[in-house]
Design a protein around this ligand. Structure first.
Ligand code: NAP
Length: 462
């Protein structure tokens, strides 16, 4: 395919650049080049892999401002957010360089069973071969790093299909990796649309492991399309935060606003549902409104801006409709509630929301939080679990029993105590339960998924 895709700045509506519209033929060619490079990657000594990853981290740090400016223009995220994202991507590569040195199996005590007498042996960790990586636009560089860095650290080749909205930073990252010494073909980037290039990667028989981050709607159908290959899915969320009677309300309010409106609420672990004990509802609500009122909306490239724009006019249409429907069903906008530009929506807090409303069940992916009251912790936990999602959840409480009950009973990949669900460390096992995903990222955990174990067993001839 020779057609080009225009990359549009969602804040200005102007074209930031153009990329090729790759399809099945381009994916096939990329997989072929990766296949030819597989022996070189597999046989590359660990210290050499580590050196390439470390050098890439350094190049990202040296070029941080240029990367940040580019991602802001592609995505509409604020410049402070994209600077933090580039720093995070650099740290992921550095961490992967360290983990590359720790890639090993272990010895096996075969003689623990009678049939293993006189046998000694061990298992090794071998690369799966080719990792097919598909990434979303909302954290484009750091999430590409979460796939590429562990894949290369464990000796794989990668074919990456970045989101159509944010392909330029992926191409620049590939350039940095090449400059850091990565062999030609070890990382191939195919730009294009999900239904074309993305589907070709999902279905390609030579891809050994598919690592997808994106929406539940797309992700859920991929294992059936992928055929006989390993699949990891990092999908959407609808994160709850429980605020109990004993909580530090001031700290909870600060954290909720930080976690609810960062990246204009377009994070898979954005705070969406605030489940508050009825007795502390008024005091929390007052503090939330005061803090949300202080958020500055505006030009994402302006240092002073707290909340940028949504990724597109269509995304804004969707939020506007969801809020209107919720208001018709009885919800009230305590603050915000209106569209203020083609792709801009006011930071909004809805009260009088019931857990059975669609807005509380679906992923909002917008600068929108919902306040829902509860009377007992059991009720709060039941509401926390009452969506198809199970990514991150949180609880603010000073009562250890409440904290442990929530940690035990909430079905999620992570439960944060006195921290928002939006917290993520790049070294923790990260991923979802229920329809929020399959498998775990976080460099070491991704490396486990991107390698096969092979047993070597020796019988002593005595
Ligand atoms: P998306 O529409 O699902 O797209 C994600 C990626 O999949 C894009 O590269 C997209 O390509 C591609 N794609 C679309 N249709 C495809 C198909 N049929 N086959 C193969 N690939 C296909 O998601 P998004 O709007 O970019 O991202 C937002 C979503 O990602 C939210 O739901 C968010 O919660 C989730 N997310 C999850 C995590 C996590 O770690 N759990 C992290 C970040 C985001 P095109 O761009 O060309 O459509």
């Amino acid at each position: 395919m020779s057609e080009a895709i225009e990359v549009i700045n969602p804040y200005t509506g102007t074209c930031v650049g153009k990329v090729p519209r790759g399809g099945a033929a381009e994916v096939d060619a990329a997989v072929r080049r990766a296949k030819e490079t597989m022996p070189a990657m597999r046989n590359m000594p660990l210290h050499r892999r580590a050196a390439i990853l470390k050098k890439t981290s350094q190049l990202l740090q040296e070029r941080a401002e240029a990367f940040a400016q580019l991602i802001t223009q592609e995505s509409g995220k604020t410049i402070r957010e994209t600077r933090a994202e580039v720093a995070r991507a650099a740290a992921i590569f550095e961490y992967a360089a360290e983990e590359a040195r720790r890639l090993h199996g272990e010895t096996l005590p075969f003689d623990a069973f009678p049939n293993g007498e006189n046998h000694i042996g061990f298992y090794l960790r071998e690369p799966v071969g080719i990792v097919g990586a598909i990434t979303p636009w909302n954290v484009p560089l750091a999430l590409a790093a979460h796939k590429i860095a562990p894949a290369l650290a464990s000796g794989n080749c990668v074919v990456l299909k970045p989101a159509e909205q944010t392909p330029l930073n992926a191409l620049r990252l590939a350039q940095a990796l090449r400059e850091a010494g990565l062999p030609e073909g070890a990382l191939e980037v195919v730009t294009g649309y999900g239904e074309e290039a993305g589907d070709a990667l999902v279905t390609h028989p030579d891809v050994g492991f598919l690592s997808f981050t994106g929406s539940r709607e797309v992700g859920i159908g991929l294992p059936a399309r992928a055929g006989y290959k390993r699949v990891a899915l990092e999908l959407g969320g609808n994160s709850p935060i429980i605020v109990t009677q004993s909580a530090d309300i001031e700290r909870a309010a600060e954290a909720i606003v930080r976690g609810g409106y960062a990246v204009a609420g377009q994070l898979c672990i954005s705070v969406q549902r605030i489940l508050v004990h009825r007795t502390v509802r008024e005091v929390l609500l007052e503090k939330l409104i005061a803090r949300i009122r202080q958020l500055r909306l505006g030009d994402p490239l302006d240092e002073a801006t707290d909340v940028g724009v949504l990724i597109s006019k269509e995304a804004c249409d969707r939020v506007e409709k969801a809020v209107q429907e919720a208001v018709q069903a009885g919800a009230k906008a305590a603050i915000g509630g209106k569209r203020i530009g083609p792709a801009a929506f006011e930071p909004t807090l809805l009260t009088d929301v019931r857990q059975d409303m669609p807005i509380a069940i679906n992923e909002a992916f917008a600068p929108l939080t919902l306040l829902i009251e509860f009377d007992t912790l059991d009720e709060a936990i039941a509401m926390a679990n009452a969506t198809p999602y199970g990514l991150n959840a949180g609880i603010y409480t000073r009562d250890i029993e409440e904290a442990l009950s929530a940690a035990n009973a909430i079905v999620a990949g992570s439960v944060m105590i006195n921290e928002v669900p939006t917290f993520r460390s790049d070294l923790m096992p990260y991923g979802g339960r229920k329809q929020s995903g399959l498998g775990r990222e976080g460099v070491r955990f991704a490396m486990e998924e991107m390698t096969e174990t092979k047993v070597v067993c020796i019988q002593r001839l005595i």
